[in-house]
Design a protein around this ligand. Structure first.
Ligand code: HH2
Length: 286
């Protein structure tokens, strides 16, 4: 299985790519407000590249539970200067834009990004699928139930069989994208940990990474520092319940597990530690 990113074809093998998270937002759940200034954002990206990030995901809109929608012009003003600067400094590092809006994705692609990471899997903006097809960029299609504003209401929705529901959804979205002209080799699937799911659903998703990886597309897993890790750590580290920064070791456990399950991309805040964990693990696996 391979993922073809324009001009920089990368072939996920047993060792997943590390996608470093760069949220240029004032309100992201873990790093909100830290990289709002383009200079700070670029410096953070430089750190992540030095630590071995294979791709940088630039997020101009928080998708944390309860977050409000951010208009396209605001997202563009946050992301585009950073993408331009990163493209100039790192001509070979793939850049990804984390947005649900075609206008934002188009501006990011013009500035040098080549991956669109859409947490709505091409549902929130009808124009996005045509843009992705026309521009030939890679696209991450993620499962999410509800919207960021509503998805965790009442602790999150209940599922009959969360793995089955998500698998069917992802395959349907991939078929939809392909029917509109997106090449199969440009598609990545993501079960969407933390998006409209209860703690037990997130655990089930992670437990069955292998199943998602068998759907025939590269799989991205984004567990890093998420709230369910805090919940799982309740008895051993109560700080982790409220402090995303205290979820590093739990996040590494998830990254290692996802690697064993065949994930192709790990979306993480802590690039260096994840890279070390994955490096040791994949050498043992061989
Ligand atoms: N998670 C977040 C944002 N974007 N994209 C994909 N494909 N998969 C994910 O799991 C995912 C994602 C949420 O994490 P973060 O960016 O750290 O926070 P926020 O949404 O608050 O900016």
């Amino acid at each position: 299985m391979s993922l073809s990113i324009p001009n920089r074809s990368l072939h996920p093998g047993r060792k997943p790519w590390i996608m470093g998270i760069l949220n240029v937002t004032p309100d992201s759940f873990s790093d909100g407000g830290r990289y709002v200034s383009p200079d700070d954002a670029v410096a953070r990206a430089e750190e992540m590249v030095a630590e071995g990030a294979d791709v940088i995901d630039i997020g101009p809109e928080s998708t944390r539970p309860g977050a409000a929608d951010v208009p396209a012009d605001v997202q563009i003003a946050r992301a585009v200067p950073v993408i331009r600067e990163l493209r100039a400094r790192f001509p070979r590092v793939p850049l990804s834009i984390d947005t649900r809006l075609a206008e934002v994705a188009g501006a990011a692609l013009d500035a040098g990004a080549e991956v669109v990471n859409d947490t709505s899997a091409l549902r929130d903006d009808d124009g996005l699928v045509a843009l992705v097809a026309e521009r030939g960029c890679a696209a991450v299609l993620m499962h999410r139930r509800g919207t960021p504003a509503t998805m965790q209401a009442g602790g999150g929705p209940a599922y009959e069989d969360v793995v089955e529901v998500i698998s069917e959804f992802l395959l349907e979205r991939a078929r939809f994208a392909e029917s509109r002209g997106v090449q199969r080799s440009r598609i990545v699937l993501d079960p969407g940990i933390g998006f409209g799911k209860r703690v037990e659903d997130n655990v089930a998703v992670l437990r069955h990474v292998e199943r998602f990886a068998s759907l025939g597309y590269p799989v991205l897993i984004g567990a890093s520092r998420k709230r369910f890790i805090g919940a799982l750590l309740e008895e051993v580290n109560e700080v982790a319940a409220t402090d995303p920064g205290a979820r590093l070791f739990g996040s590494l456990a998830c990254a290692a597990w996802a690697t064993l399950g065949g994930a192709s991309i790990l979306r993480v805040h802590d690039v260096g530690p994840t890279r070390e964990a994955v490096s040791v693990l994949t050498q043992v696996m061989q």
